[in-house]
Structure formats: C-alpha cells, structure tokens
Design a protein around this ligand. Sequence first.
Ligand SMILES: [Zn+2]
Length: 451
Amino acid sequence: MTTKERVYAYKDEIIASLARLVKYNSVEGTPTETEPFGPTCAAVLKEALGMMEEHGLKTTNLDNYIGFGEIGEGDKLVGVLGHLDIVPAGDGWNTDPFTVTEKDGKLYGRGTSDDKGAMVASMYALQILQDEGYKFNKRVRLITGTNEETGSRCLAHYVEKEGHFDYGFTPDANFPGVYGEKGMVSARFSCNDSRIISINGGEASNVVCNKCTTVLPNDFCDFDKVKQYLEKENLEYTLTDVAEGKELLVRGVAAHASTPYLGRNAISYTFQALAFAGSNDPLVTKYNALIGLATDGSNCNVKYEDKYGALTFNNGVIKTEDGVIWGTIDIRTGLLVKSEEIVERMQKAFDTIGLTLQVRGLVAPLFYEPETPWVQAMVKAYRDVTGDMDTQPMTIGGGTYAKGINNCIGFGCEFAGDDNHIHDANEFVKISDLLLQVEIYVETIKNLCEL
Ligand SMILES: [Zn+2]
C-alpha cells in the first residue's frame, strides 16, 4: 500500500475526527482556577489528547494551557505545533459553524483550516507512520495549544515547562514553508491641541481603516474643497450639517495591516482632504507630515527594504476620548532589521514634528536561512509529495507560533492560491487538500527524523 492509499483509506475517519474537534466553540473564555482559557478550551484539549491516545501517542496535559502526544525514542525532539482555539464564528455562515458539513468536496466549519484540520492531519500522519512500521529514531511530539489566537500564552507555558525542540513546524501558515516573519512595532500617537471636535475611525489596529467620521467646526476649512478632493480621489463620502458644525464621513478600502498598500485608508484620506481644503490645524499638519498616505513609513523616516521585503506601516484606528485624539500604528518591519532601530528612528521623527508617540509593543523578526537543512527537509517533503517545484518558500508580515519557540517555522496548511476563509464566515478545507496535508506530514516527519 502506498502512503496515499493509506491516507485515503482513513478518509471517513479523518472527517469524523475533525468533526469531534470542530464541535467545540473553543474561543478564549473566562478563566477558572484550573482552566486558564475557560472550560471549552480545556474540553477541546482533553478531546484532542484522548484522540492522540487512540492513535498510540503518550499524552501530557500541561495544566490545561497546552498538551502533547509523543511517540518514538531518542535524544532529539521533533515538534509539530498547532492550536485548537478559534476566533469567534461571527455572522454570515451558510451552515452551522460547529458542525462539519460536507458540500462539493469541501468541509465547512470554524477551525477546519485554522487550525483543527491541521491537527487532525498531523495525528493521522503519525498513525500512518506507525501502520507502515516506521522506526522513530527521534521523539516526535504533536503539541496542541489553546491560546494561539489571543496571545499564545499556551506556548509560553510550554516553553517554560518543556523547553524548545530540535526541529519543528507549525502547520498554521503556508506551504511550502515560511522561513521569515517580519518583526512588529505597535504604537500610539496622540494630540490634545486640535480644533477637530471628534474623529473616529477603524475597528482594529491590524486592519486598514475603511470608514472615518469627523466632526468639525463650520470655519475649519473650505468644505467645497473637501468634496472636490474626495471626488477627485474617487472616494465615497457624506458631508452633513450637525449641531456642532459639519460631519464628514469618508469610506476607504480595508486590507490587512501586513499588506496596507492593498487598501485605502479612510483616516489618511480625511487628513489629506482637510489639508487640501486649507486647514492648518496642528493635527492635520502633523499627521500629514508624519504619516500621510504612505504605507511604507517613509514620512516618519522608517522606510526599510531588504531582499526579503519591505516594511509596512498602518494607522488602523483613530479615536477621540476626553478631548484627546489618539491613533494606532502597526508596523511590520523587515527581517534583517532590529525593531528597536525602527522605534528610534520613528521617535526622532515624531519628536521633531511635535506629535506625542507612545510605543506599546515590540516583536523581533524571525528568520532562518532558507538553506537551513531542517527547513530544506520540509520543502523537499512538500515537493516530493506534490510535484510542485514552482511555489517557493516565503516570508510573511504576520506572526505565527514559530516566533515563540526555537527551531520552528510555519509549514502548511494552506496551499498556494487557496483562500479557505480563515477568520471569516464559511471557513472550509477541501477534502483533497486535507488528505494531501496528511501525506505531506508523513514525508516531513520522516525527513526530520532522518536529519
Ligand atoms: Zn491559526
């Protein structure tokens, strides 16, 4: 029997196993004394560990933060690291998000791709290796966390208790592997000497703002010119008379903060329009000088590019609170630059122009040379199984578990060109893709064991 035949023989069982995990609405909940992420996250972890026992793995539950199943012998440890928690299902589903529903060769349900599907695929990869009589000369651990979506405190707990592994992957990204993840800087600017009565826009710092509402005094600027600018830019807007003066609503286009150039920022266009209309309000002037329409940070002197990609800059949210206007900044740095250096350059630019800046978080980039043998071992497994020699290993602006543990990269479970509606309504995985994942992980685990 070939590996593919073995995988396909398990098809119905794999789908049933996925359904056992998808039925838990494992969004982070209220902690109890023994359940740090709430009872449902603890329950789905228990279910997954039970399934691993059924598949011949020796399991450990680390205080309901995270657990693992292990097989094999040896000093070296191979890690497969994924998560069982999910983001809220939200609206817009055509099926029950917690019941795996098969339609046109696809399995719908929250977590079918991110990341419960990959956990089931990894479990069956280890089952098939046992069926094939494979001799594990290293220990292999399937590690399942329950807090990836809301802070990865599960992985921090794992590293504290169990340390790092020697080689590993997190099937929570893309094939054929992600050897670099940009660093991140999150910050806030604030201003308390503006005549803007209120400005509010955006819902999340990591999304390009697609709607911004500003209330302004009647003598703030020439509102005919505001209209003229927005029409020239082909942006949807409304301008209404309100008790305090005028209310301007500008609509932009949302995009993820790691690709802000794909969106149109409603906040940035609002400030551009106000300047075009003759406003010399301090915030309008300072915003345009430091941020403007640039999505590469060029206005505040943090533009950076290396052979792996360019820095991105996004102001996702702006709010007026107690007379202070503040906004978020989300920067994805390059791979070969220190996040501290970006902060220093940005701070200097903001100080010079006189806009208050508060840095709230720094994450270092992750980078492994693509030629690293254990990285190559994974890429080879993907290529040998799929025959796809064209899709290259990549770098991303987002972050995965790989940043939280040594010797780990994102590998799978999304295939190039696929959009599985991750974090969105109607999330799915193609059955053929799920089975292909199993086949790839069988080969990958073998390759890593043989390093
Ligand atoms: Zn995920």
